[in-house]
Write a protein that binds this ligand. Structure first.
Ligand code: ADP
Length: 688
């Protein structure tokens, strides 16, 4: 049955002198308990008790009290909207079920009537926000925040009126109780019995205060839990945002170890990356509470031999050791030396895990005399930070992978555009020349032999140019996409220079300018890939000879630049480079006069290849020139081999030499150009 009339409104209508007030749920609970206890303490003889609960669940919390009150009086009426098994029935007391949309489900009533005692509580719930709205408004969906408006009084007239309204209502829900209800009205809705002293309100007030205090204590506990939670969240947020500011794992570890050490106020905080199978780990990231605590940075920290580490790895859960002197929860007696040396009294180890994978470990140490009991909250906080650390590390890993991928894509893109350029122009030009020559040869059988020779030579020159172009293109593509294996080893530079000079000599060139090598014997070795260095030197020398008259000069020099690099310079007295072209010459396919008009040959890829090689070897390459016809200088640097850094007097003799040939030149020698047309009979003369 469902009735929409409000008991409170009816009461206020018939007793206009009553002033409704606002009550929080906690206050109503305290008042109700105090009223029920008054009855239970036999302070009221044979009372009438009517209690209307909004829902069955609220009644269930109190049902044990009503079972006890039932032993004192036959007139107990309990109303509630059923949720599971509550129904209208007559057992130890009368239960009355109403529909969940009945107005009673929005009201809270408790009426107690005795001969010398009356009290009533008639309230209606104030509409608060729905739980979902509370969430959006940022309020916790708390039962204790529910508010009611109504009347609480000892007034006999008001209590009798409330009892009458409720009894009439009960008669509607349960007509079979009419006779009992009429009897109750007759017995209870009467004036106070004169001469009978009213119940002493003191015990009631005492109970009320006790309940209110209990409510307050509960609130305080809830508040403490909330503020601890809030503190934890704030800390985690602080540390997380500090870690997330960087995608560099080193930075992340640094921030995590510092912030966590500070927040936890531990003597020592360590964070390290590790795998479950690692035997030891070098300690890099640490924070200490004071200078008095010994630093373990640089130590090789045992993992395989550490029972605590092994236990954490096995359980993939944090383990707290309150006292390292006691074999609980892990026996650390095998680590006595380590524990003593680093004065670890209390030890907390928390794994950094991501999707079940161990990424690292967070360790907190207390080095005090007294053992330290790690609280639940503290462990929760460290675990939360460790989780965030795992996420930050995975994020930085993914970012690094993405960067790698990006670089690979960029390299692929460069190769693609190289390919388009080479097929679109650089290969088409020689190909059409070859085609024209071959077609002419085929279609004109009467062509004079000299012209036929010219045609054949042209076709062969262009075929050779195509071969070189493709060769250079493949080399450049490999370098740009990082698909090159570097064979780094200490190399004597003079040997590389000799090899490059002989390779230039071996090229079929009629006239070469004078080539002079000035590579001091005492120069330190370089850490490089010998074959690549020879390739760079050959290309630069080839250019220098190409763009310099036979009367001119090409000088190769090398010196240490005061730091950890060796600087090699190739100077020519040739046609020079305009200042605004000094960078452009390193671009792919750059040729000053354009490929079609060039006489010197070349692919336009030589300097681009040199730049890639030098970059790959950890050096730099650049060009200098005072301008047209002022000659050019090409410089490049290479790292000095580590063993000889700071010991430039060491000779380069007993080291790896790039495929030396018996004819290669010597340090500090002039390498004379071969006599015109007699390349094979060249000779070298020592410099004075
Ligand atoms: P190429 O195979 O055409 O020589 P490079 O990449 O080696 O290709 O050189 C690119 C261009 O840079 C050359 O075509 C030329 O215009 C200019 N260049 C290179 N070296 C010199 C030099 N020593 N003197 C003058 N110009 C040079």
């Amino acid at each position: 049955m469902s009735i929409q009339a409000s008991v409170l409104e009816e009461l206020l209508k018939s007793s206009p002198q009553l002033r409704p007030q606002l009550y929080f749920k906690a206050s109503l609970t305290a008042l109700s308990h105090a009223m029920e206890d008054q009855v239970l303490a036999a302070g009221v003889r044979m009372p009438l008790v009517i209690a209307s609960f909004q829902r069955e669940r609220f009644y269930r919390q109190e049902s044990h009290r009503y079972e006890r009150i039932a032993a004192l009086t036959p007139h107990i009426y309990v109303l509630a909207a059923p949720e599971t098994s509550f129904m209208s029935e007559s057992k130890e007391y009368e239960t009355i079920a109403f529909d969940s949309d009945d107005q009673l489900s929005r009201e809270w009533h408790l009426v107690v009537l005795g001969q010398n005692y009356t009290a009533c509580l008639v309230c209606q719930e104030r509409q608060t926000l729905a739980p979902s709205e509370q969430e959006t408004a940022g309020l916790p969906a708390m039962d204790q925040t529910r508010r009611f408006e109504g009347v609480w009084t000892f007034d006999r007239q008001a209590s009798c009126t409330a009892a009458r309204i409720l009894l009439d209502r009960i008669a509607l829900y349960r007509p079979e109780l009419r006779a009992k209800i009429e009897q109750a009205k007759t017995d209870y809705l009467v004036e106070a019995v004169p001469g009978l002293s009213e119940v002493d309100p003191d015990p009631f007030a005492q109970r009320l205060v006790t309940y209110l205090q209990a409510g307050q204590y509960k609130l305080l506990k809830a508040y403490r839990a909330m503020s601890a939670q809030e503190r934890r969240e704030r800390l985690v947020n602080l540390i997380t945002s500090a870690m997330r500011r960087s995608l560099d794992p080193n930075e992340i570890f640094k921030v995590a170890v510092e912030e966590l050490g500070r927040a936890m106020q531990v003597c020592r905080c360590l964070v390290y990356r590790c795998k479950a199978t690692d035997a030891t780990v070098p300690i890099i990231y640490e924070s200490l509470s004071s200078a008095a605590v010994k630093s373990v940075v640089g130590q090789s920290w045992p993992l395989q031999e550490n029972p605590l580490f092994q236990a954490v790895v096995q359980q993939l859960e944090a383990i707290a050791v309150v006292d390292t002197q006691i074999a609980q929860p892990v026996d650390l007696s095998s680590l006595d030396l380590l524990v003593d040396r680093w004065q670890i009294r209390s030890w907390l180890m928390v794994p950094v895990i991501y999707q079940g994978r161990l990424l690292g470990m967070v360790e907190l140490h207390h080095c005090r005399q007294e053992p330290y009991g790690w609280s639940h909250d503290e462990m929760g906080l460290v675990e939360a930070v460790a989780t965030q650390l795992g996420v930050a590390l995975i994020q930085s890993e993914s970012y690094a992978n993405l960067e790698d991928l990006n670089q690979q894509l960029e390299a692929l893109e460069r190769t693609r555009s190289n390919l388009i350029a080479i097929t679109g122009h650089e290969l088409r030009t020689p190909l059409s020349t070859i085609q024209v020559c071959l077609e002419s040869l085929a279609s004109e059988p009467d062509m004079p032999p000299e012209l036929r020779q010219v045609m054949l030579n042209t076709a062969m020159t262009d075929a050779d140019r195509m071969r070189k172009l493709i060769q250079d293109f493949i080399t450049l593509s490999r370098l740009e996409s990082g698909r090159v294996q570097w064979h780094l080893e200490p190399i004597a530079l003079d040997e590389c220079v000799d090899l490059a000079v002989s390779s230039i000599r071996s090229m079929n060139r009629e006239e070469l300018p004078q080539i002079r090598a000035q590579v001091p014997l005492e120069l330190p070795q370089v850490q490089a890939d010998g074959e690549r260095v020879v390739e760079v030197l050959s290309k630069l020398l080839d250019n220098a000879c190409k763009f310099t008259n036979p009367e001119g000069e090409v000088v190769i020099e090398a010196k240490t630049n005061g730091g950890k690099m060796l600087e090699i310079t190739i100077t020519d007295t040739g046609r020079g480079i305009e200042p605004n072209r000094l960078e452009t010459v390193f671009d792919r396919f750059y040729q000053e006069e354009g490929a079609l008009r060039r006489t010197a040959g070349g692919t336009g890829l030589g300097l681009a290849i040199c730049r890639q090689i030098i970059k790959g070897l950890g050096g730099q390459i650049w060009a200098e020139s005072a301008g047209r016809d002022q000659g050019s200088q090409f410089h490049f640097t290479l790292p000095i081999a580590p063993a000889v850094v700071g010991n430039s007097s060491q000779s380069s003799s007993p080291t790896n030499r790039p495929n030396s040939t018996p004819n290669s030149g010597q340090n500090g020698q002039v390498v004379e150009p071969p006599p015109k047309g007699r390349r094979s009979s060249r000779k070298r003369a020592a410099l004075g």
